[in-house]
Design a protein around this ligand. Structure first.
Ligand code: GAP
Length: 484
């Protein structure tokens, strides 16, 4: 076996659609840009990822609990968090093509061109100048820089640019049935704020002692200007966030600790070390005193899958100010009241899904023959085991159904008797099923079956009575949790 050509994002998108993982949203109406639906296999994989994360947070740590806050929140939440005033991307339109771009991404693209052409110093100088102009809110300067760099619209090929404007990424809607009484509210752009506003509710009702964490999984919405690269940048997506409340002054130790723990999680779910890297933020967000991304090597390069931020007391302090409700904690160990500092871990479920999917996609060729399979960690695979009778007659189908039924309550098992057995193995390979159980004539004599292993295609003979334990251990999330 040798490796086939490098995988492109298009290979991933096509495979995900053809085998029931991800579909474009409302496709019969030609889809909705940057919105996707998970299919019958995708939802299983995504749920397993969410479950692994949830257990890694709330089951492995005595001092982390979960919540499920509403998507709609009081509008002042977003004033306090800085999103109303500061959650903007600089956008620019080309007057000829009418296409809209993110001004910073046009300049970053130019810098990448310089870097690829062996001029890294020119690339760094351009990025530094962009950072300076954006930091000073000098949007005219950003436009002039785009023009000075000779950047043209990829569609019209002209430099006929509008002014650069800040574009707020929050979606808004109205609550209230009477137009005059209706008020503007936002669809949350991050799940974190649902945690901050419940900090004292959880602390008091759970008698939590600092340091402690609150975890949440939920939808977030951003009106991304340029939404592309499949589920990497969506307008509706899911976040898995954990805010860890710590004593002021101890945040950098916790930041380092969470940085390491989160990398271990990504390795434990099967992402290889060489495809993961840290990327420290040079320009910190308004709320952070330290920030790092964990990046994964997608077919389009290393990109962020998770952010770890030391958010100081920024959020709780602002909520205290706007709500006029004290957000303090009395620490009996130091006999002091204070607003805790926060270390946040924030990973996108859809980005993690894409990373796991890209990593699992395997194409091997042997001469003219090509084999494609999804090499998921067995605990994440949508289907854990498939029971396949060699033929339908002579009681083999009934025996296989009986075996499938006996396994279903332990892990997701399917039964398939349609087509030649080779074809059925391929069908399971394409969705990443780690174990295929074949029922043959010998089964009828000695109650043994063969287990075919997805990655090696090797087969072993085992008694039916051992299947539940043997496969159950391999596909259990315990294996991931133990490796963190
Ligand atoms: N609470 C901090 C926060 O929201 P972020 O870096 O903006 O930080 C955290 O987002 C994570 O959410 C990212 O690392 C990414 O995995 C995911 N994410 C952000 N925007 C996304 C989008 N438009 N589509 C898919 N995932 C996104």
């Amino acid at each position: 076996m040798s490796s086939a050509p490098a995988t492109s994002l298009q290979d991933i998108i096509s495979h995900a659609k053809e085998y029931g993982f991800v579909f474009p949203s409302s496709e019969i109406y030609d889809g909705l840009q940057a919105v996707y639906d998970y299919g019958q296999n995708g939802v299983e994989l995504k749920n397993s990822l969410k479950s692994a994360w949830w257990k890694a947070m709330t089951q492995l740590h005595d001092n982390i609990v979960g919540i499920d806050a509403a998507i709609f929140m009081h509008p002042l939440t977003w004033k306090a968090s800085g999103h109303v005033d500061g959650f903007n991307d600089p956008m620019i339109d080309n007057k000829d093509s009418k296409k809209r771009y993110r001004a910073d991404q046009l300049l970053e693209g130019k810098a990448e061109e310089y870097a690829n052409a062996g001029r890294p110093e020119k690339a760094s100088a351009l990025l530094a100048e962009m950072g300076r102009l954006l930091g000073a809110e000098n949007l005219d300067g950003v436009r002039e820089l785009i023009i000075a760099e000779g950047i043209v619209c990829p569609v019209s090929k002209t430099a006929n640019w509008t002014d650069v404007r800040q574009f707020n990424l929050m979606f808004s809607t109205q609550v209230g049935s009477v137009a005059e009484d209706a008020s503007l509210i936002y669809l949350r752009p991050e799940t974190a704020q649902g945690i901050f506003v419940n900090f004292l509710n959880v602390q008091k009702s759970g008698r939590m002692k600092v340091p402690f964490g609150i975890a949440q999984i939920g939808k977030a919405f951003r009106n991304e200007i340029v939404a592309r690269q499949f589920t990497f940048r969506m307008r509706e997506f899911e976040q898995m966030e954990m805010q860890f409340f710590v004593r002021p002054g101890s945040e950098m130790d916790w930041y380092e600790s969470w940085k390491e723990q989160r990398l271990r999680f990504h390795k434990a779910i099967g992402l290889p070390a060489e495809k993961l890297q840290y990327h420290d933020h040079e320009k910190l967000a308004h709320y952070a005193n330290a920030a790092v991304d964990i990046e994964f090597q997608f077919p389009f390069g290393f990109r962020e899958i998770e952010g770890i931020h030391s958010r100081t007391d920024f959020d709780l302090k602002n909520h205290q100010e706007l709500s006029k409700k004290k957000q303090q904690y009395f620490d009996p160990e130091v006999n002091q009241n204070y607003i805790p500092y926060v270390v946040e871990t924030s990973v996108g479920a859809d980005r993690l899904f894409l990373a796991v999917f890209c990593n699992a996609f395997t194409r091997e060729s042997d001469g003219d023959k090509e084999r494609v399979y999804l090499k998921f960690h067995p605990a994440l695979a949508p289907v854990k085991a498939a029971v396949l009778p060699l033929v339908k007659k002579d009681g083999l189908a009934e025996k296989a159904q009986e075996i499938a039924k006996s396994l279903k309550s332990s892990f997701r098992t399917v039964y398939d008797d349609n087509a030649a057995i080779g074809k059925r193995y391929t069908r399971q390979d394409l969705i990443g099923t780690p174990f295929c159980i074949a029922v043959d004539y010998q089964t009828m004599e000695d109650d043994t079956v063969t287990i075919r292993h997805r990655d090696t295609t090797q087969q072993e003979r085992v008694p039916v009575s051992q299947l539940k334990e043997k496969i159950g251990r391999e596909v259990s999330l315990e294996r991931i949790l133990e490796a963190i």
